[in-house]
Ligand binder design. Structure first.
Ligand SMILES: CC(C)(COP(=O)(O)OP(=O)(O)OC[C@H]1O[C@@H](n2cnc3c(N)ncnc32)[C@H](O)[C@@H]1OP(=O)(O)O)[C@@H](O)C(=O)NCCC(=O)NCCS
Length: 163
């Protein structure tokens, strides 16, 4: 990246500029996570260009697993993918985990998205199992429908050197 990027906490005021990250349903769920962030249960970050446009968002949940931060809802604006932005976001989220005195980062990705596996392995994450996860997402006509998928569980020891 030639232009400097800013990483900071996401605010509700950023959400109208984050439509690239998913449906209105998804943005509603991000807005709910920002309420949890106010309560200190999660940190939710945004990567912005020098002009202030959000190009990546993602959270770390401190309430889901004992002794670990759980990375979730990571997304990079499609036109900005494969330029190191996702790596920057993951490393910033890991720093938030360390700041809380924790030494383990966990996440999961949908098993059929093999490119995500390549991404996280490259960042030093190791697979340790699978789990079926489900969530509401927008169906073809935009109405919410339940979606279930098998996810690969991964973790990284944050005391180990970055890959
Ligand atoms: C997955 C995601 C967050 C990665 O962010 P990114 O900014 O594109 O990733 P980076 O540029 O930091 O990638 C670093 C390296 O990871 C690997 N990588 C990343 N995406 C990959 C893909 N789709 N296929 C294969 N390798 C990939 C590559 O080795 C890449 O280095 P390279 O581009 O020099 O080859 C982004 O593609 C994304 O938002 N995808 C859609 C939403 C999503 O799937 N989120 C994750 C949910 S678990």
């Amino acid at each position: 990246m030639t232009r400097p990027l800013d990483v900071r906490d996401l605010t509700p005021g950023d959400l109208p500029d984050c439509g690239w990250s998913g449906s209105a349903l998804h943005l509603d769920s991000v807005a709910r996570e920002l309420v949890r962030a106010e309560a200190g249960e999660v940190d939710y970050l945004v990567v912005c260009t020098s002009s202030g446009s959000p190009i990546a968002i993602g959270g770390v949940d401190f309430a889901k697993l004992p002794g670990a931060g759980y990375l979730y809802q990571l997304g990079v604006r499609p036109a900005m993918q494969r330029r190191g932005v996702g790596t920057l976001l993951v490393r910033a989220l890991e720093d938030r985990i360390r700041r809380r005195g924790l030494a383990r980062s966990e996440l999961c990705y949908e098993r059929h998205t093999s490119g995500n596996g390549v991404f996280y392995r490259g960042l030093g994450y190791l697979a340790y199992g699978t789990v079926v996860e489900g969530w509401e997402q927008a169906g073809p006509d935009g109405t919410p429908e339940w979606y279930e998928t098998t996810c690969v569980q991964m973790r990284r020891d944050l005391t180990a050197p970055a890959a």
